[in-house]
Ligand binder design. Sequence first.
Ligand code: ADP
Length: 881
Amino acid sequence: MAPGIVGEFMALKEEAGADLLAMQLGDFYEFFGEDARLVGEELDLKVSQKGSGGETYDMAGVPVDDLGPYVTALVERGYRVAIADQHDDGDDVRRELTRVVTPGTLLSPDDDDARYLAAVAADDDGYGLAFCEVTTGRFRATAVSGADATARALTELYRFAPVELLPGPDVRGDDDLLAALRERLDARLTLHETDAFAPGRAEHTLRERFGDAVDAVDLERAGAVAAAGAVVDYVAETGVGAVASVTRLGTYAADEGVAVDATTRRNLELTETMTGGGRSLVETIDHTETSAGGRLLREWLTRPLRRHGELRRRQSAVAALADDAVVREGLRETLADAFDLERVASRAVSGSAGAEALLRARETLSLLPELRGSVEGSDRLSGSPVADLLAEPDGEAVAALREELSALSDDPPKTLHEGGLIERGYDEELDELVARHEAAVEWFDGLAEREKRRHGLTHVTVDRNRTDGYYVQVGKSETDAVPDDYEGIKTLKNAERYVFDELRERERELLRLEEERADREYEAFCRLRESVAEAADLLQSVGRALAEVDVACSLAAHAARHGWCRPELTDERVLDVEAGRHPVVEADVEFVPNDLYLDRERRFLLVTGPNMSGKSTYMRQAALITLLAQVGSFVPADAARVGLVDGVYTRVGALDELAEGRSTFMVEMQELSNILHSATEESLVVLDEVGRGTATYDGISIAWAATEYLHNEVGAFTLFATHYHELTTLADELPRVENVHVAAAEQDGDVTFLRTVEPGAADRSYGVHVAELAGVPGPVVDRARDVLDRLRSERAVEAKGAGGDEPVQTVFDLSSGEFRGGDGGNADADADADTDDDADGASVDPEVEAVLAELRAADLETTSPVELLSTVEEWQRRLEE
Ligand code: ADP
């Protein structure tokens, strides 16, 4: 191999601007040099050293037909892979770039998850955003504005979690935005041509793609036009025909959504669990029958809504399906046969759909009338949103396409280039060819019998193989009797093979017909595929309708099975849950339901209780019930009234942070900061043990200040679980903060977790109580009680002395990162005093605090009584000092 090849490779790679290039050399696609080493490592491919003219280089190759999966694997790892195909025109062998496969334009991903390509462009008012999914043709654009436009743009990006992002030219210098994107999004950042974002060019691109439909959507903002135009431009440039599947441009208002960022998605285990074990919410409630349905359910769960109309529609569909179990189960059975029409549409458009895919599309289209029939037959469902969904796609167009596709053979061959793809009656010329081909085959089929009769032979067979073509084989014992025109071509042990002139001629004719027929069938197939591509819009709308019915059935089935209720949705600020449960935990254990009530006057619950009593579960269930309600689902409760929220924010201590070696405290503070910045009066905030990642003293102060800030400044509905019992006094000081605790009881020396949530704070000496139950020697327990009592009374006295009855107005200043007296006018010396080292009631000596912390942390299981005694002695000594 000449070094010229490597030169050619380098040039093409340069032209492609991709990370990797797969270049066709005959029957293989080859990677060279560094690409070869990288691909070898990533995909476990063999890398070999080739040399020529004193130069050596690495090379790794995959057979032409196997390239797809390799490219998919590389792209899913985040690489952009260019493909250069070889064109052979006789002597002239050229190689040309065919396409660049990128994370956002991958047409045949390994899984069913949505893979969005996004663009973000700045304009005078904020940002425009566009999101496109090439495998299904979904395409939406929006714009955000206002002082917090950056945060809102990020929220939108988190919601779609794109796999590839095109930042516009104005955004590329926006370090804050880019840093946040890198940190929180697992998207490949691609710098697409600046011009593609230019207003005139972007609009032109859109007009070219969508025609006058562009005027129907209101892309008012320059940023939205720029982002949408750039996305279309990019898809057109990188993908082979993929852009044609993007048939419709939709807009949406960014504030229709609910902010659920990646952290919260993880904390609430919406789509995956934090530990990898157990079950996520999706895994628990997903009973969808189709991959498109599963994908849609995931999308719904990660992108809840605040739009009453849409939510009511979904709720009514779920309610109707929950009520008619018989029809619902029938629909699900029918749906089980449905194929992913949205993806077939894209694949037809890009010319990559095979016969199997079109066949499945045909079968799926025929499900539509069946589903409509079942729904019409149910009193509960006819006239429901389920019926509307199924009525939406144009029935006549569906029937026409199905009819056309009936030309496809029911049992198509594996490849598109052999006969048998197309039924008779679709194409006259083809029918004629087929008839002639079949007659030719028949001649061969009858040949053996004819020859036997004609020449009085008994051991005659006719067959064909690669090297000899067709031949007549005659048994050894009869070779003397064969006619003169038989020409021997091979001698076997027991037989002789012959050909003769007519056989040769007939064979040539047969081969010619075979080829013509295959070509003609392939052409007919391409026409069919073309029709499907032209009907991409229709397929997408049927696909979406089926997916939505599937999701509604799934939600209804789960609700019916687990006794979920239809929540009442309201714009009032209220979250009123009767006998609520955790949707995932309830599936595994005998669950104790709990009520929850929050409204304008009672916005903030401090949740206390011993470890493992159920605090996190209670708080997460509140968040999950809210989210499920805003997906349009029923919720795990006897009754629920849910005021729609604009965001759910969580901060939960996570194991994985430790594993990642990140400073837990730093992460915790970043997340807290994000929540304090982003949450509004209409948000729901769940904080689990905030402040634990640092010394007790810092921790309490931060938790304290955050509580005040959320209460005074933000006003979000907040559930805050804490070990800092000191915080529970905040309920007396801040009007809208209440204490609740998860109850536990002691019975005959055993601690029983009651799992019921009750008003008021948990008994603070509970830890000492547990120590007693665990058999810690009496004197130690008694002494611990004394210490606690003393600390408590000291603190009470000091707190009165320092703060009086005035609410403490301590605010965590986000700009300076310090605490300060908050609320404008209140920031006087008095308030400042509170913000010093002793925000929490002013009196606690650091040494006392340290001893207390050690006492709390003492591991009674592993400490012997003797050790404990000496430890307690030491504590006493330190306290005396
Ligand atoms: P905490 O946050 O107080 O440490 P968790 O919320 O993690 O406690 O709950 C610990 C375990 O208790 C959960 O894994 C669950 O199995 C069980 N649990 C929690 N709440 C309930 C409940 N209401 N009914 C039944 N079991 C519960």
